[in-house]
Design a protein around this ligand. Structure first.
Ligand SMILES: Cc1ncc(COP(=O)(O)O)c(C=O)c1O
Length: 382
């Protein structure tokens, strides 16, 4: 099998504090929105949205999560070694770029996999023809997402062929919403009705299949899409896919990122700061250097705009964010000391350095801010 290497080192000075109780409470609240029978699938791809996959899986073992969803086979293998839990769902569709051995391991370990084309089906059938356990597959039905789902007319053929193949087990049918996070849900409703139509047409309900559709936004806003299981990522970590004014559940961010001040210096008035001279001091400025930068996930576009926090005080980033250093203007902060920890990413939605605030600056979504946090940042579980 292809080599699989874990991250080899960590940076103890860059500290991502992970608050277990907040994660567990978020999961409890999300589950509370669903009927008792609805299973909960925790989406932990992309290093658990930047929170640290091993740490998050270890905490979630106390949360009665029914399934873990990952993007790739290698993430599945990794968490299988932690949980030994069979219910791991690999979202990337099976495809011929994977080795035969990979697909056989999926069958052997009981991973739930996605089938998304007739070509892949042929490859997969060949791969599992002699396996002792059937490979569990889910069909992703294209209802409007326009990504890797199968158009309903092809899905019919796949359904027939899977049923005829003894080494494949049809375990689930699902779809994915493109706009459930938007205020206008009309397109999401249309997708839901396309999915319903498909399920009815093929008489797939009440057939011992796992039917699922809802991501976090649909879990919160579309009860009609809960079906047998919801797949929550971002909201488990404490965020709405996009900021909501009056959310029906209060979620708390699970991670707070801090870093120490490693140098304090005075930069005279009229002096430029950092690469490109994009900032010039207007006064004698006390500057603090923080040892993180875009190589750690702190984006370069935060230059001259983002804020960090010391205690309750917001402190501006001045000059360009470098690969592994950021400069702050701490002139107005009393009692500044080397080694003092600065909040880089806050676990408070209203903070000037919340993931939403940083996402606004970067013209992106909170998902990207979180997933950019490098794996070498030390995750400290509380
Ligand atoms: C198929 C699928 N389901 C669920 C999710 C979780 O989405 P969210 O983080 O918005 O809950 C994702 C994330 O991208 C996904 O690709």
């Amino acid at each position: 099998m292809r080599a699989y290497r874990a991250q080899q080192f960590i940076r103890p000075d860059l500290q991502a504090h992970i608050f277990s109780q907040d994660l567990l409470n978020n999961v409890r609240k999300l589950k509370g929105l669903c009927p008792d029978k609805t299973k909960f699938c925790a989406v932990i791809k992309a290093n658990a949205y930047g929170h640290g996959i091993s740490e998050i899986v270890n905490i979630l073992m106390q949360a009665n999560v029914d399934m873990f969803a990952v993007a790739t086979f290698y993430e599945a293998l990794h968490i299988h070694t932690i949980t030994q839990q069979q219910s791991i769902f690999i979202l990337e569709p099976l495809n011929p770029s994977q080795s035969i051995e990979e697909i056989q391991v999926c069958a052997q370990k009981g991973f739930h996999c996605v089938l998304a084309s007739l070509d892949s089906l042929k490859y997969v059938q060949e791969a599992v023809k002699n396996t002792s356990s059937a490979l569990k597959v889910h069909l992703n039905i294209e209802t409007g997402m326009g990504r890797c789902g199968i158009p309903p007319e092809l899905a019919r053929q796949l359904l027939e062929q899977i049923t005829d193949c003894t080494t494949l087990e049809l375990a689930g049918i699902y779809t994915h919403f493109a706009t459930a996070d938007e205020e206008d849900l009309s397109y999401a409703y249309e997708q839901h009705s396309n999915f319903e139509h498909f399920l009815d047409q093929h008489n797939l309900k009440n057939k011992n299949l796992l039917i699922h559709a809802a991501n976090s936004a649909a879990t919160i806003k579309m009860p009609q899409a809960h079906y047998d299981m919801v797949r929550c990522g971002i909201s488990m970590y404490g965020y709405y896919s996009r900021q909501m004014k009056n959310p029906p559940v209060r979620l708390t961010p699970v991670m707070k990122l801090t870093a120490p001040i490693t140098q304090i210096k005075t930069i005279p008035a009229g002096h430029s700061v950092s690469y490109g001279q994009s900032y010039t001091t207007q006064r004698d400025t006390i500057a603090a250097i923080i040892p993180l930068g875009y190589a750690d996930g702190y984006r370069r576009c935060f230059s001259n705009t983002a804020k960090m926090k010391i205690g309750d005080q917001a402190i501006p980033v001045i000059g360009r964010v470098c690969m592994d250093q950021v400069i702050l203007d701490v002139t107005d902060i009393a009692d500044i000391q080397l080694g003092k920890m600065v909040t880089v990413l806050d676990n408070d939605h209203d903070s000037p350095c919340s993931a939403y605030a940083l996402a606004d600056i970067a013209d992106t979504i909170c998902y990207e801010i979180l997933t950019f946090i490098h794996a070498h940042v030390n995750r400290i579980v509380h």
